[in-house]
Design a protein around this ligand. Structure first.
Ligand SMILES: [Fe+2]
Ligand SMILES: [Fe+2]
Length: 148
């Protein structure tokens, strides 16, 4: 297995959670509830984005062109983080819901961009043994996490 395949599998899980959050969002009437949902998304994306950042830096040394794709990856992570942060700063629930929806929409587009442009670039830049080694490390870290 390659690390990029693990990241794609995580995207699938996140997309289904996002759908559920969007359904729940229409019934959210307080800032506290909106912020809780934002924290859930932040927690899910944090280590995923961290793994991608590490990968992008590793690939950077081997990519002769299309470096702008790797820059775009970092920019989009930053934009998503900013939208989520704005949920916490929102003064009313309508604004908080809008910012959370913005973050979910930006994340969906970002996943598609990564799968179409960034992951193929990373797979061509790095050796398959490296991609498999990173997947094994990811698995070890995952298994070392306390349950629940
Ligand atoms: Fe990402
Ligand atoms: Fe991703």
């Amino acid at each position: 297995m390659k690390i990029t395949e693990i990241l794609v599998a995580e995207h699938r899980i996140f997309l289904s959670v996002f759908d559920q959050i969007e359904r729940a969002l229409s019934g959210v009437t307080t800032l506290t509830e909106a912020r809780k949902l934002a924290r859930l998304v932040e927690g899910m994306l944090e280590s995923h984005a961290g793994t991608e950042t590490e990968l992008a830096y590793l690939a950077l040394d081997h990519v002769l062109q299309d470096k702008d794709q790797l820059d775009r990856l970092h920019e989009e992570h930053h934009e998503i983080d900013t939208s989520l942060h704005l949920v916490h700063l929102a003064g009313d629930v309508a604004r908080a819901r809008l910012m959370l929806q913005t973050a979910l929409g930006a994340s969906r587009r970002h996943f598609a961009f990564e799968e179409q442009s960034v992951f193929p670039l990373i797979e061509s830049a790095l050796q398959s043994e490296t991609l498999a080694g990173l997947a094994a490390t990811w698995m070890q870290r995952f298994e070392a996490q306390p349950a629940g």
